[in-house]
Write a protein that binds this ligand. Sequence first.
Ligand code: AMP
Length: 476
Amino acid sequence: IGTMAWNDHRHFEAYYAIPCMGAICHTINPRLFAEQLIHVVNHAEDRWLMIDPLFVPLFEKLAGSLGDVQGYIVLTDVAHMPETALENVHCYEELLSNETDEFKWPTLDERAASSLCYTSGTTGDPKGVIYSHRSNVLHTLTALQPNVFDLRAGDCVLPVVPMFHANAWGVPYAAPIVGCKLILPGPKLADGEVLYDLMDKENVTLAMGVPTVWLALLEYLDANKLKLDKLQRTIVGGSACPTAIMDAFRDKHDVFVHHAWGMTETSPLGTFTPNLYDHPGVKADEIDRLRAKQGKPPYGIELKIVGPDGAELPWNGEDYGTLKVRGPFVCSGYFKLDHSEAHDEDGWFDTGDVATIDARGFMEITDRAKDVIKSGGEWISSLELEEIAMQHPDVAEAAAIGISHPKWAERPLLVIVARKGAQLSSEEVLAWFKGKIATWWTPDDAVFVDELPHTATGKLNKLEIREKFKDHYTTD
Ligand code: AMP
């Protein structure tokens, strides 16, 4: 059963009802392109779709291409049921009101499939990741560890990360276990005003989401001179969290940012930064450096980094290599794909990320393997260039890409969105790098755009950016 819905109570009900009746809850990302949507619904063999009323017009267009779908349940009440040309459509609340409250829940094998989520790469068809009841429970217990989410009954959690992306980082399962309040923000996931109002009225203590969401919130707070009084912590992941966001949360709002890393394939928790102010052996002057890393693997996750020959690299914080991960909630293969290069027989999953791990086990992503900039055979971390660019007060967003260069094979180019009203030149941006990194890492040029393209899960779409600027260093 596919769901295409925002973070709301009906989607939450479906999260439990579908797997517990023995079906599979396939959460669908509405930001996929039409062809990808058709692919995932058909590949998953979805038989029913539970959809938010906002998506009814979309499915009216797609319905003819969705082979196995028998009907639609619109997640609303009778008063808000839209007119639609879709066939075999039901109203969620009306269906429920016609049933008794009794249901004989089946006893299921813990290894039975519970839910399904497709990754949203920039190339090729999305790949399906199946979660079992067992892996979801183990992931939830791991997430609840004190040095991880540390959720308590008195918390109030706001997952701004969507429920259609990697189970909203497991919070819909974790919050009910400890009995804390869960606030589901509905469709306006990146609206600073909506988020602030919810946090303020509902006394949110912990919020979680990708960096772009927090940029919107922090901008709104600045513009309206507001302070987050009740929020204590945020969990930021999905993309590297710029230190400018961590500083703003800490210095203006007294909120600690837990930087975390994970993937759809890891359910998604992979590494997590504990509260560093309260962590044995962490000195005050180390905190700023450590928080920029993506954190430590919780119990349940094993990490290793390997070089090009597959040999394991030391945990010294300097050697970097392909990050591999293993554990009971790391997927062992993709749905209906016989073989994947990323999975090996020992259960190690090749993340496609390049990372270092230091002696204390803190992992730092230096890049996506395919985004590393290779200048004259040496690697430059695009994430580090972006991080430095984003520290400039007039830079709103930055992408560093490697593009063809006649002499060095590839050289970095910086593509920038300047803050509204800022007067910023390429020379100023490039001068900003002086003294912060090796000279040969400094991008050869910086160009300005009104906005940068993002993927369906909110990451920079570097493929598209590279395509647009591919000739920048090779033409006059
Ligand atoms: P997804 O499966 O869509 O959640 O994407 C997973 C990918 O997002 C990872 O393989 C990383 O490349 C990236 N990612 C997730 N969290 C972080 C983070 N904190 N810093 C850098 N990259 C991240």
